[in-house]
Write a protein that binds this ligand. Structure first.
Ligand code: URA
Ligand code: URA
Length: 199
């Protein structure tokens, strides 16, 4: 089956899901969106209010900042794939519980399998803990590569909501570090695209 058809099936399952209580109280599930052929996936925590209304990931304030961060290195958000650890909004944007994360994890794993990216960029603690384990701290691991399941590069970055709360651009500030990180992501992106063209 084509990636498009496989992803449509996963999206349908997500929209109908009632594996955890978030599925009952959502307005819209937010499966994710973007280029199924992208070598890079960005994974946030979970939908916020605006995402719940629109059914699309990262379209509220934090999402607009993520879009700007990508555009700062000339990556269009449509050219990568963007999703979240949980696909339905936790009430008042609280951190999703372990149970919610576990209930939702098959969807993310299916999406990763379909897209088969070279690199995953977890945004913020919840996504970092999903890929790297509970003991890892975002402030320690951001901007550092590791390998997940023997094949996919994990390159964590700060969550854009954290940057909204910490707007300083001073050297060493979260925003400054994110600027360095996204430039690295751009380099990887170019290498992945070049590598594919040569194959
Ligand atoms: N924050 C997230 O983690 N994900 C979104 O989609 C929006 C805000
Ligand atoms: N804490 C978080 O939850 N996310 C960040 O990106 C940084 C600190």
């Amino acid at each position: 089956m084509r990636k498009e058809d496989l992803m449509r099936i996963v999206e349908e399952r997500i929209r109908e899901c009632q594996m955890c209580p978030l599925g009952l109280i959502k307005k819209n599930a937010v499966p994710g969106e973007g280029n199924l052929y992208s070598p890079i996936m960005f994974v946030g925590e979970g939908p916020g209010e605006e995402e719940d209304i629109q059914g699309r990931p990262f379209v509220g304030k934090a999402g607009q900042l993520l879009t700007k961060i990508l555009e700062s290195v000339s990556i269009k958000r449509e050219s990568v794939y963007i999703t979240n650890i949980v696909k339905c909004r936790p009430p008042n944007n609280r951190v999703p519980t372990n149970l919610e994360i576990q209930s939702c994890s098959d969807y993310l794993l299916s999406q990763i399998q379909i897209i088969n990216p070279r690199m995953i960029v977890p945004l913020g603690s919840t996504a970092v803990n999903f890929f790297l384990g509970k003991d890892e701290q975002i402030t320690k691991v951001r901007g550092k590569e590791s390998i997940w399941r023997d094949s996919i590069v994990i390159f964590p970055m700060f969550h854009p909501s954290y940057l909204l709360r910490n707007p300083s651009k001073e050297k060493g500030s979260p925003k400054d570090l994110t600027w360095q990180d996204i430039k690295r992501v751009r380099k990887y992106y170019d290498e992945f695209i070049k590598g594919n063209a040569e194959k």
